[in-house]
Design a protein around this ligand. Structure first.
Ligand SMILES: Cc1cc2nc3c(=O)[nH]c(=O)nc-3n(C[C@H](O)[C@H](O)[C@H](O)COP(=O)(O)OP(=O)(O)OC[C@H]3O[C@@H](n4cnc5c(N)ncnc54)[C@H](O)[C@@H]3O)c2cc1C
Length: 419
């Protein structure tokens, strides 16, 4: 199959490495080039804010494949090399150093990068971001030294870094303009549970405030907040979201829309060019719109799906979004995608830190999160995917198996009783 063809993947991280693996597993026999700007072979990023950052897991734990996997599968792994130009009309790309490569199929898995904070003092030494293994090494070295850390942003990265730093015994302050941590995704009610988890572990939370400036000599010494406080610190971690890396796609004139716009088979607007992972804003048949998912499981599964499309497969990518997070002794998994909801139903007692939260729109579950409760992702995803009407009381009742929640309720519904 296609032995005389060249397939190129730009971005040697999770989505790209899994796509390369799938191309070979599904019988692609042509030339296969995996190009990555980083010096490391493909690795997974979740440990970088968790066990790797805390020094509990070594470098060997983060790699996607063993070192000899690429040679064994005849995958030309070009590390420390950047694709600087892409001409889709000639099916040609330019590697740094002006080397040109013609491709028959191209996959862009260029990922995302941290959004920078445009405030005075942002360039001071000790104002750190976290995306790469080098970033995590630099941060780990700071954690080893101890002291006071200010985390800017109470999203996933900020919350996990704060937890890891507290676990290493540092003095940690987190600030964010929103009212509770993780509010953008979880909303106020469930975000408040995370606020309490952090407070219980001695993390100081300053919510409803932002950064006005970082101040210091050569290195940051304090953070001036928008509500007029001065926070003395030894270093800062900024975690205020990521931006999709679309520079190359933009140069090539591909259709962009909050990332690279792709259809349900992960095809971009240019023939023979595909995109997957954090950078791809993919049409999702279940949601009937494009969504861009910045999470591990999406990169893990969308890379292989794009590979199958490159080989001519016509299956749409329709997995429900899923992600996980670990903070202190609290682990969670979240399934679904909720832009809007009208209430949250809790199954279990949040004070026990073992419960499931469901986000509902009307009488349908649009998202679910299990916190320190395991092996329930399948029934939660079934509730979302089957989109059947559920009864709040049965959903909340831990005596009703999740698989039976969707059965018609016998009594009057809570909502029917509402005045
Ligand atoms: C610290 C951290 C913790 C995380 N924890 C979790 C978690 O707990 N749960 C979860 O679900 N998700 C988590 N994530 C998110 C998850 O890691 C990402 O969704 C995933 O890495 C996306 O993979 P990707 O392959 O799409 O892109 P990326 O991992 O961003 O990789 C893209 C690669 O492309 C390369 N590249 C870009 N442009 C070029 C070019 N022109 N030429 C050559 N190479 C190029 C980049 O250098 C990079 O190596 C975490 C992320 C981080 C940073």
């Amino acid at each position: 199959m296609s032995a005389d063809q060249t397939y190129v993947i730009v971005g040697a991280s999770l989505a790209g490495a899994k796509a390369a693996e799938t191309l070979r597993a599904e019988g692609f026999e042509g030339r296969l080039l995996l190009v990555g700007a980083e010096a490391e072979r493909p690795y997974e990023r979740p440990p970088l804010s968790k066990e790797y950052l805390r020094g509990e897991a070594g470098r060997e734990k983060v790699y996607v494949h063993d070192a000899d996997f690429y040679a064994e599968h005849d995958i030309e792994l070009e590390l420390g090399r950047r694709v600087v130009d892409l001409d889709v009309s000639r099916s040609e790309l330019t590697l740094d150093g002006e080397e040109r490569v013609r491709y028959d199929r191209l996959l862009l898995t260029t990922g995302a990068e941290p959004r920078r904070l445009p405030v005075p003092g942002a360039d001071l030494e000790g104002v750190l971001y976290l995306r790469s293994v080098e970033d995590s090494d630099a941060l780990r070295e700071r954690l080893d030294r101890g002291g006071a850390l200010v985390v800017v942003g109470a999203g996933w990265i900020g919350a996990e870094v704060a937890a890891s730093a507290r676990q290493r015994g540092l003095e940690v302050t987190v600030l964010d303009p929103l009212a509770v941590p993780l509010e953008r995704v979880l909303g106020g009610e469930v975000g408040a549970i995370y606020r309490d988890v952090h407070a219980d572990h001695g993390t100081r939370l300053l919510m409803g405030t932002g950064v006005k400036a970082f101040e210091g000599g050569a290195a940051v010494e304090r953070v001036r907040t928008s509500d007029g406080r001065e926070l003395e610190c030894d270093f800062v971690v900024v975690g205020v979201g990521v931006e999709p890396r679309t520079e190359l796609a933009a140069k090539a004139g591909l259709t962009l829309d909050n990332g690279i716009a792709v259809d349900e088979r992960l095809r971009t607007s240019a023939p023979g060019v595909f995109a997957a992972g954090d950078v791809a804003n993919a049409y999702h048949p279940f949601y009937g719109e494009r969504i861009r998912v910045e999470h591990w499981a999406n990169a893990l599964n969308q890379g292989p799906a794009a590979a199958r499309s490159m080989l001519g497969g016509d299956a749409p990518y329709d997995r429900l979004p899923y992600f996980f997070s670990d903070q202190y002794d609290v682990g969670m998994e979240y399934s679904g995608f909720a832009r809007a909801w009208d209430r949250v139903v809790l199954r279990g007692d949040p004070a026990s830190r073992e419960f499931i939260a469901f986000w509902l729109a009307g009488d349908r579950v649009v998202a679910g999160m299990n916190l320190n409760v395991w092996d329930v992702t399948d029934p939660i995803q079934s509730l979302i995917r089957e989109s059947v009407a559920v009864d709040d009381r049965r959903l909340a009742d831990t005596d009703v198996p999740l698989a039976e929640v969707a059965q018609p309720a016998t009594g009057p519904r809570l909502r029917d009783r509402a005045p």
